[in-house]
Design a protein around this ligand. Sequence first.
Ligand code: BTN
Length: 240
Amino acid sequence: MYTLMDLDTIDSTNAFAKRKLTDFRDDGPTIIKAREQSSGRGRFGHSWISPKDQNLYLTLAEPRRRELQLVQYSYAATHAIINVLKSYGIAPQVRWPNDLLVDGKKICGILVEGTSKGSQPWAIVGIGLNVNMDKALLAAIERPATSLQAVLHHAVSVDTVQQQTIDALLAALAWACEDPRRCQQQYLALCSWMEGTVVSVHTTSGVVKGVVEGWTEDGFLLLRTNDGTVLPVPQGVVAH
Ligand code: BTN
């Protein structure tokens, strides 16, 4: 069971969820969906271009499940979107920590944030999936981006993708609770193509460049820098 809030225009579904937390039920997820966002937010202060009725902008907010750390919400959301894309015959590439790419171009971004209501921690899981985005807008995005329509060469119903995403996300969260370890292992296996590649990771304390060595038990990226040091990087935005 979940509560669905269908909004027209909002600044950001994640920001809205955090503002309205006290109004949300404590016994299950609230899912907020908007037709457009005027200040869609990406990770590390990036903006997320969110034109009306072209894409999916959705946030799930819920009291954090006992079995799940915040990072596991992001693994579950990734598995969910992979399943949605699979139903369209698309096999995306997963770029640690949160990007889904098709032909090297980003199709989906996930923004997981933690907050709290009283002493109860909450998870805020934002998903932006490009569905029928206008070609000119796609081209205007700073980094290579694509959409379902661009990949499939036909338009797709945003409402259908929305329902598929909700169903897949709830199923992935239930699975993650049953087997959080397997959920993480499968997630990291999907990122393993990055091993041996040279990446630049934009972190809160600057850019670190190096060769991907693998991941720690906690899912931190292990980066071998020029001087041979292996650095664990907990979060960041990766560029190849
Ligand atoms: C990223 O790749 O940087 C994450 C992008 C997340 C975008 C989604 S759209 C729905 C939700 N509301 C936001 O403002 N951001 C997320």
